[in-house]
Write a protein that binds this ligand. Structure first.
Ligand code: ADP
Ligand code: TRP
Length: 330
């Protein structure tokens, strides 16, 4: 097993979909096969967007159950809820005091919110809460608290990991060597998974296929994928087809090559292609889906795993926080 400690957080802001599965959840489960990994559900980070506790709780259970159902190796991986470890909030408060305000002004997510306000002709900070503004500091606390080496993130999160490095550097400069400097690792490019309408599958576009939708609903969604109007007899370009782009993440190399040929040769209608896609996705996901459904109806099992994860995470969190507290407060 690699000695490097991997850490990542997943925000409970929506029901995970096939894009999240291919782009984030599946690679994470793979990585945890060979690495000591901290995986947490970033419920505190969801607070700047979701103000309904029921939704946060529901999505937290969904994410935990999904990772368990996908076979996350719980010997290597510590799976926990961010808010269960109070030291993360305490560390965040400490880090506030060495983080330059200018650094936060430069954060992409804050700047994007300001730009949107400017474009709408309203006050620059309209609708922006301090949770959004200080989001990178809480994220730095996550990363530094668990002494992580490697933080696998999507390209949109790279700046946050760089900020965590910067903040750790300022801290070490003032208070002496306290934090390890983490590295962002941009995950292997799985490409962007298209949604029902052909744009990036995203909860913001309302075009998603939920990862563990029951088979009947999965089929309905797949049948609704938008296609062009080519006749069954016509040759089709698989690389332009959402159906094929999804299929290639679930099928074997031989199966992918076979479907490619059927697209290119003509003679297959989109209805048939959708049926092939449904059969494959359903085949791959039906085992984990049953386990997911079982777990969701037995929340006490999820609670037990999260409690065990929290007690393991707390050992590291206390150690780091005590070091910081001694360095700053004596
Ligand atoms: P959404 O766009 O639905 O809001 P998030 O931004 O919460 O999704 O994404 C969570 C994780 O899932 C990120 O690591 C992101 O890279 C990955 N992800 C989301 N949508 C896709 C997609 N369509 N294709 C590949 N990866 C995706
Ligand atoms: N900000 C990340 C996202 O929006 C989630 C997250 C919170 C995270 N804390 C983290 C990711 C620490 C990596 C490390 O997806």
């Amino acid at each position: 097993m690699s000695e490097q400690i991997v850490l990542t957080g997943i925000k409970p802001t929506g029901t995970p979909h096939l894009g999240n599965y291919v782009g984030a959840l599946k690679p994470l489960v793979e990585m945890a096969k060979t690495n000591k990994t901290f995986v947490f559900i970033a419920d505190l980070h969801a607070l700047n967007i979701i103000h309904d506790p029921k939704q946060i709780k529901q999505h937290t259970y969904e994410i935990a159950a999904i990772l368990m159902a996908l076979g996350l190796n719980l010997d290597n991986a510590t799976l926990f809820r961010q808010s269960d470890i109070v030291q993360v909030s305490q560390l965040s408060t400490m880090l506030m005091n060495i983080t330059p305000k200018g650094l936060m002004n430069r954060a992409h997510s804050y700047k994007a919110a300001v730009d949107k306000n400017i474009a709408a002709g309203v006050d620059t900070d309209a609708g922006i809460n301090m949770g959004l503004y200080t989001y990178p500091i809480l994220m730095a606390a996550d990363i530094l608290l668990y002494e992580s080496d490697v933080v696998p993130v999507g390209a949109d999160q790279k700046q946050h990991v760089e900020f965590a490095r910067d903040i750790a550097g300022y801290f070490n400069h003032v208070y002496g060597d306290t934090f390890k400097l983490p590295e962002p690792v941009i995950g292997e490019d799985t490409g962007i998974i298209p949604g029902l309408d052909g744009r990036k599958m995203s909860k913001s576009y309302d075009n998603v296929i939920p990862l563990f939708a029951p088979a009947s609903q999965l089929k309905k969604k797949i049948m609704r994928i938008i296609t062009d109007s080519k006749l069954p007899s016509e040759p089709k370009n698989p690389d332009d087809s959402t159906i094929f782009q999804l299929y290639r993440h679930f099928a074997s190399p031989d199966e992918i090559a076979a479907l490619r040929t059927r697209f290119e040769q003509g003679g297959m209608g989109y209805g048939d292609a959708k049926q092939i896609l449904f059969d494959k996705v359903n085949d791959v996901l039906s085992g984990p889906r049953s386990e997911y459904e079982r777990l969701m109806s037995t929340p006490s099992e999820i609670d037990a795993i999260l409690a065990d994860g929290a007690s393991r995470a707390r050992v590291v969190a206390e150690r780091t926080y005590n070091r910081v507290s001694r360095a700053m407060l004596g």
